[in-house]
Structure formats: structure tokens, C-alpha cells
Design a binder for this molecule. Structure first.
Ligand code: RBF
Length: 167
């Protein structure tokens, strides 16, 4: 049974000419590697050229918001996919990092006027994360693919808003 997520991406867009930044955390590497691969493969499938996909890494998910700003500034990209995987432990770290990172990434979109994709898994167990990275066959697909498709769609539909002043 396949549950959750878009599964088959429901709409297709032409990503040729779009520059995409992927910045990923290094915590939970096996999961991250597959999410990044899924995002990259979907970008290529949608016509984004390999040299227009810029990939950098940071230590953990907490570093993703600032690194996302860095990707826009350093690499002149149209969209950033920050990718991280938070797995609940026995302390309150999980809650604080999930909360601050998700809010910071959302706020950035309004400050920068360019799309930031929410590529952060917030899981209660490692198994949940593996399933969402497509590492457990037949359970779920790789959510990184959805994030790649989402990045292209958001640039095609809502890219180039950065010069608008929103009061
Ligand atoms: N970073 C992640 O990307 N995923 C995690 O599951 C994660 N868990 C953490 C748990 C603890 C107790 C600590 C101290 C850090 C954790 N981090 C995790 C790292 C965090 O995002 C960040 O890189 C560091 O706190 C340095 O700012």
C-alpha cells in the first residue's frame, strides 16, 4: 500500500533555464542522501540543466535557514530546496529545532520574495524517515521527488516576485 504525499507528481512544468539551490544537512546521512537524489532526479526530469543545480551542505537542520539565504546570495538561484531530517530524541531539541526552522524558512519566502521549499522531514522514528525517503520499498515514495517538482512549479508560477513591495 502506498500512502501519503503526492505520489505520482500531478502536474508537470518545464524547468529549463531555472537555477535551483539544494542545501542539505548532514545529520541522518543515509536518509538525506536519498532525499537529495530524489529532488535532483526530478529536477532533471523536469528539464532543469545539471549545471543549474547547485548543491551545498551544512551540519544540521538548524543551519538551513541562514544557508538558504546564502544560496540565494552566493549562487543567484531562483529557488532553494533546504533538505533536512529531524528525528525525535529524548530531549526537547526536536521540538525547538522543528519549530524554529519551519518558521524561519516560511518567513524567508516573504523577505526574499522567492520560493523556499519545505524539504525538512520531522519524524518521530527513524523508520518514518526512511519510509519518506523512499528507503522502504512499497511503503512510501521518496519525498525529495515532490520537493524537486514543487521547486519548478513555484518558479514557473510565482518566481520573480522579489522586486515587488508588499506592505
Ligand atoms: N540536526 C538534524 O539535522 N537532525 C537532527 O535530528 C538533529 N538532532 C539533534 C539533536 C541534538 C540533541 C542536538 C544537540 C543537535 C541536533 N541536530 C540535528 C543538529 C542541529 O540541527 C545543529 O546542527 C546543531 O545544534 C548546531 O547548531
Amino acid at each position: 500500500m502506498v500512502v501519503g504525499g503526492l505520489g505520482e507528481v500531478d502536474q508537470k512544468y518545464n524547468g529549463k533555464g531555472i537555477r535551483v539551490g539544494i542545501v542539505h544537512a548532514r545529520w541522518n546521512k543515509k536518509i538525506i542522501d536519498n532525499l537529495v537524489l530524489g529532488a535532483k532526479n526530478k529536477l532533471l526530469e523536469f528539464g532543469v540543466v545539471e549545471r543549474d543545480i547547485i548543491i551545498e551542505s551544512v551540519p544540521g537542520a538548524y543551519e538551513l535557514p541562514l544557508a538558504t539565504v546564502g544560496m540565494f546570495k552566493k549562487h543567484n538561484v531562483d529557488v532553494v530546496i533546504p533538505i533536512g531530517c529531524l528525528i525525535k530524541g529524548s530531549t526537547m531539541h526536536f521540538e525547538y529545532i522543528c519549530d524554529s526552522v519551519s518558521h524561519a524558512l516560511m518567513d524567508l519566502q516573504f523577505k526574499i520574495g522567492k520560493p523556499v521549499i519545505f524539504g525538512v522531514l520531522t519524524c518521530l522514528t527513524e523508520e518514518q524517515a526512511e519510509a519518506r525517503a523512499g528507503l522502504i520499498p512499497g511503503v512510501m515514495h521518496n519525498h525529495g521527488e515532490d520537493w524537486g517538482a514543487c521547486a519548478v512549479e513555484m518558479v514557473v508560477k510565482f518566481g520573480g516576485l522579489s522586486s515587488l513591495k508588499i506592505s
